[in-house]
Ligand binder design. Structure first.
Ligand code: SAH
Ligand code: AVI
Length: 325
């Protein structure tokens, strides 16, 4: 994923990407010499629902492993947050991880889920309010890589951040550091950020997690093409593209691609994009770290390490970071 260079914590709020921006990004991405599409566009209502299916696949270890860490280390994690904090979750999705932490956070004063998948976010906020009527839930439908503002009702409260799921891995390291710096400016000096980071491991385990036997990850990847057809009037035949996931060891990242099965030309809103047989669209990176390599990245972005918790197999990590003064 890439970050808007104009991004700043105190810039004015921006709306969710309109179709104009989506179209511009698709034209840019498909028009490039090496074709790519921004991973944030995976998440329309259909994409968010597919992601939820991914999280319970046997091959997809990150979600269940992070949930176990949150369950086992909940009291220690909660102890890192200030009393009366408002918790801002970046890329909140189903909010399942917040629910696990909530039992350890009786003093939380508000919860602010921020997500680009607007319909899904609204539904999650509705259900959360019904389940936790005493917790003020203030959803923000926004692309967190673009300028956005937090609800004014939070002013004066200590803020803490929550960024689980290893969504940070979907940004290349330089972009990830920039994003962490922006989160630091949003949350303020001395703030705590709790975030999940997937760890480097055997290629076979990684590649299976992103190319499951049931084909759910393939459907998630291909949904991007369906979305282009639905929202931008594209004429792409998704069946003419194959899902591919591979571990790029030199870059320490899983890459997802959509590979054209044939030589073809697709059209999106009147513009034609030729594909050679075997040519790919790079749709996602999912960077994998060690505890040390992630701490070094966080330090470059102005965050110091407080704690890091892992599972006994060393598959996944949860970090507590403090924003330096
Ligand atoms: N935090 C959840 C969901 C992870 S999936 C979990 O740990 O299970 C990634 C989430 O981030 C999705 O809900 C997606 O809609 C959201 N997301 C991805 N890119 C985003 C962006 N640029 N701005 C806001 N939300 C984004
Ligand atoms: C949201 N993000 C951390 C997921 C990941 O593992 O990189 C998205 C995903 N892509 C394919 N499967 C899951």
């Amino acid at each position: 994923m890439t970050i808007d260079p104009r991004l700043s914590a105190d810039a004015p709020a921006s709306p969710l990407p309109e179709n104009g921006l989506f179209l511009a990004d698709v034209w840019d991405g498909l028009g490039a010499r090496r074709k790519s599409l921004p991973a944030k566009y995976f998440y329309d209502a259909a994409g968010s629902a597919l992601f939820e299916k991914i999280t319970v696949l046997p091959e997809y270890y990150p979600t269940r492993t992070e949930l176990r860490i949150l369950d086992e280390r909940g009291p220690e994690i909660a102890a890192r947050l200030p009393e009366g904090a408002a918790l801002v979750e970046f890329g909140s999705g189903s909010t399942v991880k917040l629910r696990r932490l909530l039992r350890h956070l009786p003093g939380l004063s508000a919860y602010v889920p921020v997500d680009v998948s607007g319909e899904f976010l609204a539904e999650q906020a509705r259900v959360l309010r019904a389940d936790f009527p005493d917790l003020p839930v203030e959803p923000v439908a926004a692309d967190f890589t673009q300028p956005f503002t937090l609800p004014p009702s939070l002013s004066g409260r200590p803020l803490a951040g929550f960024f689980p799921g290893s969504t940070i891995g979907n940004f290349e390291p330089a972009e990830a550091a920039r994003l962490l710096d922006v989160f630091g400016r949003i949350l303020g000096e001395g703030a705590t950020l709790i975030l999940g980071v997937d760890l480097v491991k055997d290629r076979d385990v990684l590649e299976a997690a992103y190319d499951d036997a049931a084909g759910v990850t393939a459907a998630f990847n291909l949904n991007l093409l369906h979305r282009i057809n639905r929202e931008l009037g594209g004429d792409i035949d998704p069946a003419s593209f194959a899902h591919r996931a591979l571990f790029n060891e030199a870059e320490s990242r899983i890459e997802m691609h959509l590979v054209s099965r044939v030589a073809q030309t697709v059209r999106v809103a009147g513009r034609a994009f030729p594909f050679a047989e075997g040519e790919s669209i790079h749709t996602e990176n999912s960077c994998k770290y060690t505890i040390e390599s992630f701490r070094a990245l966080a330090a470059r972005a102005g965050w110091s390490a407080l704690d890091a918790w892992t599972d006994t197999d060393g598959l996944f990590s949860v970090h507590a970071l403090r924003r330096a003064g």
